[in-house]
Write a protein that binds this ligand. Structure first.
Ligand code: PHE
Length: 470
């Protein structure tokens, strides 16, 4: 036994542990809640007709996302190392192969790529804190608001500036390490985020259009939902819960023994879903009350909400709060994107944490210019799925995360033996365990395979479903 092994023979993390279960919940929630919830969820819900899409999304989150989140955490805690090493050693211990480490490597690459574009969008959010606070949007009309967005995204220099700021603050937190950096940050930020959302919710509830928003989001109209919309909902379940690339697995490695993975995961999924729904309930009343487009895409927040903020009482204040909130949410998400890679570099390559975080930040920063240029210099250089950004987004959302999630759920459901998983989940062999195992072995893999076939074939599954539907 060496100093990396506890008295009970189990491995211990080399990076310290979360001080409390709450700190872990906050960290994973911080990773999950981000641009995916506040910017992407309302926009894709709007595009796919609201209620029915929301219902399917909730189903995906609980039937596919939840079991995969539990799988990631249990694998992470069993391995107690970065996702690459963990997948390798647990794979070997469970009678599989060391080559499972490849799943971790894929996740590390995916994480760096996600941060490269995420930081550009987050950078825009940060710049909007200042444009909103300085009153730029007061009494502005739609054309002016659009112009302001076009000026920001169209200027590679301004976008690159904010992208740089965001990468630097992300690296700064990751460099400090799991206990000092991540924990301290999320402990303050997550409750602050919730308070800010509730303030904005109170505002939206008084807009006079709250009922219409509730109706839009919660009364399912299945004729508005296409088979492709179902698949979009499933894919988003991965992105919004930070699954499929090892972020949650890396955090699981720092989870104290004896903490319930099941109830922790349920709490995180509920919090993430709650915040997405809250974001919808904040944004849609504003959209409706100003007669704006609910399917404006990336512009929903950056081109549409400022218009609303510019015309509502207290708009400068609420608008500023909103973009501060969005930046914070993106910041706590970004940490999880490079934590797996940083943990791998420190544990396996002996590189110091600060150095590792800086190197990765450097990579991300450079790759990020592809996204920065997608709205200006390279705007017309389109290939395959569109701009550089479109392709990166496609690669991550439609290929990397679902593939990673599929491998992880197969690993936990089929490679790991019953005893190991029931031991980690510490819920015996009761109904709870059986439900998890059924979802992890059958439901989640089947659903993910459908997403991958859909994405790689350009819609074969939805065509087939549409045919049966007729
Ligand atoms: N879940 C984050 C969001 O919703 C995005 C993310 C993906 C974070 C993957 C970490 C890893 O914005």
């Amino acid at each position: 036994m060496n100093n990396q092994t506890a008295a009970n023979g189990k491995r211990q993390s080399l990076q310290g542990q979360w001080s409390t279960r709450m700190a872990f919940i906050l960290a994973v929630t911080g990773s999950a809640v981000g641009l995916g919830n506040i910017w992407k969820f309302p926009y894709i819900a709007g595009e796919n007709g609201g209620g029915a899409f929301v219902l399917i999304y909730l189903l995906c989150v609980f039937a596919v996302g939840l079991p995969i989140m539990m799988s990631e955490i249990l694998i992470g805690r069993r391995g107690r190392r970065n996702p690459v090493t963990t997948m390798g050693i647990v794979g070997e211990e469970e009678g599989g192969s060391r080559n499972w480490a490849l799943v971790g490597i894929m996740g590390i690459i995916a994480g760096v790529l996600i941060l490269s574009f995420y930081s550009v969008i987050a950078g825009w959010a940060m710049s909007y804190v200042f444009s909103t606070a300085s009153g730029t949007f007061v009494d502005a009309d739609a054309a002016q608001v659009k112009l302001i967005f076009d000026e920001l995204s169209g200027s590679w220099k301004i976008s690159a500036f904010w992208h740089t700021v965001f990468v630097v603050i992300t690296v700064a937190v990751v460099a400090q390490g799991v206990q000092r950096g991540l924990e301290r940050l999320v402990k303050i930020l997550m409750p602050a985020l919730l308070v800010l959302l509730l303030v904005l919710l109170a505002f939206s509830m008084n807009s006079g259009y709250f009922g219409q928003a509730v109706e839009f989001m919660f009364s399912p109209n299945f004729s508005a939902l296409t088979p492709n919309g179902v698949l979009i909902a499933l894919g988003h379940a991965f992105f919004t819960l930070s699954l499929g690339m090892g972020a949650v697995m890396a955090y699981g490695a720092y989870l104290p023994e004896g903490t319930s993975i099941t109830s922790t995961s349920i709490l995180v999924v509920l919090a993430d879903t709650g915040i997405a729904l809250l974001a919808g309930l904040i944004i849609f009343p504003v959209v409706f009350s100003y007669g704006l487009e609910s399917d404006a895409g990336p512009g929903l927040i950056f081109q549409t909400l400022p218009l609303a903020f510019g015309h509502m009482p207290g708009g400068v204040f609420f608008g500023t709060l909103f973009f501060i909130l969005l930046s914070f949410a993106a910041w706590t998400s970004s940490i999880g994107m490079i934590e797996p890679a940083v943990a791998w570099m420190t544990e396996s390559k002996g590189i110091k944490r600060g150095v590792a975080a800086s190197i990765l930040g450097g990579f991300t920063w450079v790759i990020g210019f592809g996204t920065v240029f997608s709205w200006n210099l390279w705007q017309d250089k389109t290939f395959f799925k569109g701009t550089f950004f479109d392709n990166l987004d496609y690669l991550i959302s439609n290929i990397a995360l679902p593939l990673g999630g599929l491998m992880i759920t197969i690993f936990a459901g089929w490679v790991m033996c019953r005893n190991s998983t029931s031991d980690e989940l510490s819920c015996g062999t009761g109904l709870m365990y059986k439900s998890w195992r059924f979802l992890a072995r059958y439901v989640a893999p089947a659903a993910v395979i459908l997403v991958l076939i859909e994405a790689s074939s350009g819609g074969i599954v939805s065509d087939y479903l549409a045919k049966i539907g007729d």
